[in-house]
Design a protein around this ligand. Structure first.
Ligand code: SF4
Length: 334
């Protein structure tokens, strides 16, 4: 791609690995050495330059046809299996007695590259090393994006405001459970808040109720792993109907501006055939890549890493590996 004075880019939000957001945005061209705006962060990764803005949007610039990253742009990280919410479709099998990871025991934390995005699960927010972990990430210039459920968000408002205020978290994902005006009022106070919904769980009535409020929406694919398997078996009709309703509603969601921005993880892209709405040339230009190309998954509770959180077979021990060493192993799988 040739450098131009200004260029149009589909706006990719990175609150979750490989979430791609189909909103065109004009981005003033900057070079990594031209840091004239404090709300834009540039870094070089292999043969291209990445720009991350304070609103969470990300663009890549490259003069070659193929992007060749040296290190991951973002990593999904599991820090705990403990969660009191008990969602029957939880793909991570989290329970109130689940284990916390020993976060500070991992050497790879010292090898993270500046401006890498880490998306982690906050769950009950009672991990005893959470603050130490976040300060460590901040010290290394990492963008930490945390996800909690709607209830956990409401139960921990002061704490979450404190984390955002200290910029210990950069993006906030909240998993939507049910329409609640008090929740929305609080949630909308977070500029970088993204509402997460799951294909097959979210119903169209709620999507209509949530529309027109200027919310950012992340649609996640339904994961047939963990408790997701049994839930799907026991609630096959509901999951099927909700998936189909969302499939049909997607055109309106994307084209009628029901939300300020809409993003998808790769599984949702596949399940909802998002490609049908995007011209081929734009898709090739703007798709953020398959799992493992620029991202991967680290399970700090189990001490393993893999291409994504769905992967059941090809998992590798973290041991003393650096981030680059883990990423190399994942890239070799592709
Ligand atoms: S809130 Fe998230 S981690 Fe907790 S049980 Fe539900 S899906 Fe699992």
């Amino acid at each position: 791609m040739q450098a131009k004075e200004r260029f149009f880019y589909i706006f990719f939000e990175k609150n979750s690995t490989n979430a791609c957001q189909f909103k065109k945005k004009t981005v003033p061209l900057q070079h990594e050495n031209q840091k004239t705006r404090t709300d834009m962060h540039f870094y070089k990764n292999g043969n291209y330059v990445v720009c991350i803005e304070d609103d969470g949007s990300k663009t890549r610039r490259c003069d070659d046809a193929i992007l060749m990253p040296y290190f991951p742009e973002s990593i999904d990280v599991n820090i705990t299996q403990k969660c009191s919410i008990g969602c029957p479709y939880c793909y991570s099998n989290c329970t109130p007695n689940g284990r916390h990871a020993d976060l500070m025991s991992y050497k790879f934390l010292d090898t993270l590259h500046k401006y890498t995005e880490i998306a982690f699960n906050g769950n009950d927010l009672d991990h005893p090393q959470l603050m130490e972990f976040l300060y460590k990430l901040q010290e290394r210039g990492i963008f930490a994006n945390m996800t909690v459920s709607q209830k956990q968000f409401m139960d921990n408002l002061d704490k979450i405001h404190g984390l955002a205020h200290k910029r210990l978290i950069y993006g906030l994902g909240v998993s939507f459970k049910e329409y609640d005006i008090d929740f929305l009022r609080e949630f909308m106070k977070f500029n970088n808040g993204v509402l997460h919904v799951i294909n097959g769980i979210i119903n169209t009535t709620d999507l209509y109720l949530l529309s027109g409020l200027g919310l950012k929406l992340l649609i996640l694919g339904y994961k047939d792993v963990g408790r997701g398997v049994k839930y799907n078996e026991d609630n096959q009709d509901n999951v099927y109907v909700y998936k189909n309703c969302l499939f049909l509603l997607l055109n309106r969601i994307l084209k009628q501006g029901m939300f300020k921005a809409v993003a998808f993880d790769n599984l949702a892209v596949e399940q909802l055939c998002v490609k049908r709405f995007i011209p081929v040339d734009e898709w090739d230009k703007f798709y953020m890549g398959n799992d493992g190309e620029f991202t991967f998954y680290i399970d700090m509770v189990e001490g393993t890493f893999a291409k994504n959180s769905m992967e059941q077979d090809k998992k590798y021990p973290i041991g003393d590996k650096t981030v680059d060493e883990m990423f190399d192993i994942i890239r070799k799988e592709l």
